[in-house]
Design a binder for this molecule. Structure first.
Ligand code: NAI
Length: 327
């Protein structure tokens, strides 16, 4: 048997976990030939539900699922992890300020960063999903001594997929006709879905969609507010589409990017595009045949795009300042 890939997932008994684990175990994430070990991490109150999820994993008899461990001990949970998917976090409670939320979650991601540094595999890669995901990733990265910064990612792929789907519907084309869709900045309501560089069948979006007012207004706000719209409609936050975003992100990081295209992932900025070095910000990313990623250089940003990028980067700076004592 091929050596299994070990994937640690926090918040494994939550909504996203429930949609995600089955896709990892079925081969959607690493392909039909690649066995996986799952190390599932929950806080104590979630352990009973997690046992139920594991019973269901057992009942699928997945050929690719080699081993499953459930724990609330972080060092045990991240032991030998090639991938750490940090999904669990504390939701914003009534009367809770954003700053309080940043601090509460900050404490969680400090401990997780340290445990990853202590026990994960040498090649560990960390994808943060739990919100506020960019700043949680920043904290984990700064707490994981010895793990290179380029191993830390925060998820904006769900936003990218949402943007593609909105453009496809408006343009009367298929999702797969849309390429070069970049979400810039923070996974929050300030994110900038960049229609100016996106393409439909290889040509600028604006050749198919000529309604600039829609592109600059409703399109952007629909993508930014989609999470809230889903909560309103479903009575619960996006889970299956978020899990799909996780699968897509990991696949994009483990397979070469199609020629000329890119994907959106929040990474540790090297100062590209005037984004402060060290912030975890979403940018256009490409991956080569060896699995190395870099920021796509030379993407042109017009005045409208620059203004939007500045606003979302400013929010990331403010979030960083709010958790400065954890960095
Ligand atoms: P959920 O509340 O259903 O599940 C969260 C789970 O995490 C719970 O089972 C909880 O017990 C567990 N948990 C809490 N603290 C933990 C800790 N310290 N260690 C391990 N587990 C812990 O939430 P759901 O719907 O699964 O969402 C998870 C996170 O993903 C939320 O923060 C949500 O805002 C975020 N999210 C991010 C998206 C993105 O695009 N980046 C999209 C959708 C959701």
């Amino acid at each position: 048997m091929k050596t299994p890939i070990t994937v640690s997932v926090t918040g494994a008994a939550g909504n996203i976990g429930y949609a995600l684990l089955f896709r990892i175990a079925s081969g959607s994430m690493f392909g039909p030939e690649q066995p996986v070990n799952l190390r599932l991490i929950e806080i104590e109150p979630g352990m009973k539900a997690l046992q139920g999820v594991i019973m269901e994993l057992d009942d699928c008899a997945f050929p690719l699922l080699n081993d499953v461990v459930a724990t609330s001990d972080l060092e045990e949970g991240f032991k030998g992890a090639n991938w750490a998917l940090l999904v669990g976090s504390v939701p914003r409670g009534p009367g809770m300020e954003r700053g309080d939320l940043l601090k509460v979650n900050g404490g969680i991601f400090t401990g997780q960063g340290k445990a990853i540094a202590a026990t994960a595999a040498d090649d560990v890669r960390v994808l943060v999903v739990g919100n506020p995901c960019n700043t949680n990733a920043l904290i984990a990265m700064n707490s994981a001594e010895g793990v290179p910064n380029d191993r830390f990612f925060a998820m904006t792929r769900l936003d990218e997929n949402r943007a593609k789907s909105q453009l496809a519907a408006k343009g009367g084309v298929h999702n797969s006709d849309i390429t070069n869709m970049c979400i810039w900045g923070n996974h929050s309501a300030t994110q900038y879905p960049d229609y100016t560089n996106a393409k439909i069948n290889g040509k600028p979006v604006t050749e198919t969609i000529t309604d600039t007012e829609w592109l600059q207004g409703e399109f952007i706000s629909t993508v930014q507010q989609r999470g809230a719209a889903i909560i309103k409609a479903r009575g619960a936050s996006s889970a299956a589409s978020a899990a799909n975003g996780v699968v897509d992100t990991v696949r994009s990081l483990t397979n070469p990017t199609p020629e000329g295209d890119w994907t959106s992932i929040a990474v540790c900025s090297d100062g590209s595009y005037g984004i402060d070095a060290g912030l975890i910000a979403s940018m256009p990313i490409r991956v080569d045949a060896e699995g190395n990623w870099d920021v796509v250089p030379g993407v042109e940003l017009d005045a409208f795009s620059k203004e939007k990028l500045d606003a979302t980067v400013q929010e990331l700076r403010d979030e960083k300042a709010a958790v400065a004592d954890l960095l």
